[in-house]
Every structure is written in C-alpha cells, then in structure tokens.
Design a binder for this molecule. Sequence first.
Ligand SMILES: Cc1ncc(COP(=O)(O)O)c(C=O)c1O
Length: 391
Amino acid sequence: MSSYPARAVVDLAAIRSNVRSLAAHAPTAQVMAVVKADAYGHGLVPSAIAAVAGGAAWLGAAQVPEALALRAAGVVGPRVLTWLYAPGAPLREAIEADVDLSVATRWALDEVVAAARAAGRTARIHLKVDTGLGRNGLNATDYAALLPDALRAEAEGAVRLVGVWSHLAFADEPGHAVVRDQAVAFAAAVQLAEDAGARLEVRHLANSAATLTNPSIHYDLVRPGLAVYGLSPVPQLGGPDDFGLVPAMTLEAPLVNVKAWPAGGGMSYAHQYVTDRDTVLGVVPVGYADGVPRHASGTQAAPGGPLLVGGRLLGVAGRVCMDQVVVDLGPGATDRAGDPVVLFGTGADGGPTAEDWARAAGTISYEIVTRIGPRVPRVHVDSNPEGEEQQ
Ligand SMILES: Cc1ncc(COP(=O)(O)O)c(C=O)c1O
C-alpha cells in the first residue's frame, strides 16, 4: 500500500459491467475499448484486462508505446489498434507485436510498408478518413488517391487492409447535421474501398456517444472510451445510470489538518474565500499537481469543486493549491485528521461525481479523470470478484 495520501480507487467490476452494457447497446458490433491515455487515467493494463473480461474483442491505443505496453504486459488476446504516431515511430515493433496500425497520411502508408518489409510480416492497416472532423485522417481526395496504393501493397503482401474508419465531430449532439453528413461521407468511403476490391473486416465510426445514441452508425465495431469508465458522454441527455453505466474511479484523500478558524479569516492563497463565522477549517492533501483543476477554486458566493466529508456535500474553499485544497467544515464540525474526503466517485451515495467536477471547472469529465496526476496511486479493486454481473 502506497503511503501517498490521495488515491484513485478503480473498480474493475465497473469496467467489466460497463463494457457489457456497451455491447448490449451495440449488439451487431464488436467492442473496441479505448484505453489510450493510461485508460483515461484508470491504469492501462488492469483496465484493459477488465475490459476484455467484459467482452471487448479490441483495444484502442492512441500511441504506439501504449499499444506495445499492452502486448508487453501479456495482453495478447484482443486485437489492438493504434492511430497517432509521428514519422520515425517504431512501426516495425508494432507489427511484430501484432498491433493494427491506422494509416492517415501518405507518409504513414510508406513507413508502414517499409516497416512490414523489414519485419518480414504483413501489417494490418485501417485507413482513416477525415469525413468532416477536421483533424487527423485523409481528406476525400487523398483517400481516393491512396486507396489503390494500399491495395497494391496488399497484393504484394506488405499490408492487409482490414479496416476503414473515421471519427465524429459532434457525436455528443446526436441530432447535429454534421453527424449526418459524416455518416454519409463515411458510407461513401467504405463503398469506394469495397468497389476497389477491399475485403474489409471492420468499418468503424462510433465513439461512446454514438454507441449509446446512434445505432445506425455502429457498423462492425464501436470504439467507446469514456463510457467504458462509466461516465456519460452526453450528460445533457442522461447520467451513467440512464445508460447502464457505473463510474469506475473514486478519488479520495484523508483530512490532514482540522483546526478552528475565526470569522473574517481567509482561506488559502489570496483569501478568495473568507469565512463570515467562526468555523472549522480542513486541509485535504490533493491539489492541481494531482489533477484537481484550479478552475474549480471556490469563493463564498460560488463554492468550488464538491467534496464529500462525513456524509456532507461541501465545496473547495478558496484557491486550489498545487498539493492541497481547503474545505470549510462548518461551525462545530467534529471531523478529525484521517477522516476520508471523497472528491468524486459513483455518485450512488449522493456524493460528487467527475461530471460535477467538470461542471465546477468548466470542462468535461474526460479531462477530470485523465488528468489525475501520475503521483496519485491507482488502487485497483474488484467489487464483484466472482464476476456475478455476468448473469
Ligand atoms: C479516434 C477515437 N476513437 C474513439 C475515441 C473514444 O471516444 P469517447 O471517449 O468519446 O468514447 C476517441 C477518443 O477521443 C478517439 O480519439
């Protein structure tokens, strides 16, 4: 057990059950659990293993080293796709580790073909089409030009073109016109590949939001990330509960100092919060270096990020510091050093959630969980070791 006071407790049973829920939302597709960015801060390898136990046949890793780390840790059953790399990336190692590679540019195809030849193996590739996100991927002209070259490389045995894929710009607004336009552009890109003779294994477009709200674009494979960890990608439409999801991460830390604080006393840097009555001040040893957003600092008029202390929902008092936050425990509070403070968790007990912190900081829950700092130990637990959620 780590002696670091704060910890992010990750329930692997929640991850398993979330993947099962996602699979039930997309019964005609396979599930790729996206585990990039250290599994959205939840710990790459344990989270990936739990996702696979929940039924994910694929894992998605943005960066090549993330994909290689999965293989090195013995995660060899699922297919792994990686999609964001720079010229000179270790593609040969990826091919040798049986990792599928996205191809989003001409130079990427050239480097994959060279790496496959060097490895003496066929690289499995997915052509990434930019259907309107305006980010990575081939535009329609470059895609049409590259497709015959990819098929030529396939005929030569250097690559196997297994997938065509794309990513949505407005998935969290399911009715948005751009979602419809991208779906049309994606269907055309798939058609073009198939007409040119591609024998695709998987066509994939849907992230968490589209997996939960847009069955018409599930295709053969859905790629949820956020929902795997139990957070709602469309909080304006429903919380985790509404989609059969359970938040997997609880961030907690003990009180380390509890003391009387007088009326008129400021709390934390610059005294942004000044108590108007004699009260009790508590110190929680977790701050922006641990990923607690400084934008969730509080004033008396606008409480900061929520904290559950002894069953009471309180807010950060004053500025979030690098290593700590302060909480106004209230007059006569009997809390003691060592008592637990929950920053966010499942919310089931009325406690705060990552979504609540996102709202307090003016961001999205993705950022709250992925930015939990590396010095916070991830403690993996299993609330259902028998896996009874399977029944
Ligand atoms: C290409 C790609 N696919 C899928 C995902 C998963 O998205 P989400 O976490 O919204 O499900 C991401 C994450 O941003 C992504 O970049």
